[in-house]
Design a protein around this ligand. Structure first.
Ligand SMILES: [Zn+2]
Length: 289
């Protein structure tokens, strides 16, 4: 069910014109825009980061391994799902992976920055993409699964986002969430990425439960690489030269392959039921009963 962003009443049909207040949803570069006033600039992200990201993520071990983990969790915990919406889809890298792995799934992607959607639209023919503020999701019980991958840490009102996700997801469906783990790992990488926080496991579980969900799986990942991550983050803290946020992503081919192999092994353990208590990121799966 769709909700009017102006008056909040339910709207039927594909046109997004509200029969009650006659509000018509704007369009930006061809995409529905639910929060056009926030499309170009927002406190949570550097919009020009998308160009760099689009270039790097396809070849980078971390993005590739995270995609595989997300796709595994989606199949494992929501095998009946027919619809999936991603919040903060950025350049569409995750959605394009899901589309290849689960071609039957009906996919939607939302992003607050319309610039991300331009990249995403190229990668994702046939996927419904819209500009949206995750603090005001104009859907009620619409999607089987909603995903937010490294998004909540950018948003001050993360609890508001989670309760909006709860409202937008169908009963019996649920959410998949990844967030950066451990406040002590805070570094310039987080500053640059405009993170508001890194999460303790307890904090994300509490917030997700408060929103009404039942947590069914929580594990850290990038756990086997944690010592390397700590070294890398702390070295940056003491480096005098100018900070380069993308240096962690620009690594040699061999190193990239090695790290990806390690993360593949780690995913094997997660599939086998191991939940890691520590690592670079957290994966959380929760259900709406
Ligand atoms: Zn209305």
């Amino acid at each position: 069910m769709r909700l009017c962003t102006e008056c909040g009443k339910s709207v039927s049909g594909q046109e997004w014109e509200c029969p009650f207040c006659h509000h018509e949803t704007a369009r930006l570069a061809g995409h529905l825009a639910f929060a056009p006033e926030l499309a170009a600039d927002s406190e949570g992200f550097e919009a020009d980061y998308f160009a760099t990201l689009a270039q790097l993520e396809a070849g980078n071990f971390w993005f590739r391994a995270r995609n595989r983990l997300i796709i595994w969790a989606l199949k494992r915990y929501f095998p009946q799902a027919v619809s999936f919406m991603e919040i903060g889809c950025g350049t569409g890298f995750v959605l394009s992976g899901i589309k290849r792995a689960l071609p039957e799934l009906s996919l939607s992607g939302s992003e607050i920055f319309s610039e991300g959607l331009t990249f995403a639209a190229e990668r994702l023919p046939g996927v419904e993409l819209f500009q949206m503020d995750a603090r005001r999701i104009p859907f009620r019980e619409e999607f089987d699964v909603i995903g937010a991958f490294d998004v909540l840490e950018h948003i001050r009102q993360d609890e508001e986002v989670l309760s909006q996700m709860y409202q937008a997801v169908r009963k019996g469906g649920g959410i998949l969430v990844t967030v950066p783990h451990h406040p002590f790992l805070w570094s310039q990488v987080d500053d640059y990425a405009r993170h508001v926080r890194r999460y303790r496991a307890r904090e994300v579980v509490d917030k997700v439960s408060q929103a009404g969900f039942k947590v069914v799986r929580l594990t850290s990942f990038v756990s086997l690489l944690l010592p390397l991550l700590i070294l890398s983050r702390f070295r940056q803290r003491f480096q005098a030269e100018e900070f380069d946020a993308t240096s962690e992503l620009r690594i040699g081919h061999l190193m990239n392959r090695t790290l990806e192999t390690i993360l593949d092994g780690e995913r094997g353990l997660i599939r086998a039921g191991v939940s890691f208590p520590a690592g670079g990121s957290l994966l959380l799966v929760a259900r709406r009963d």
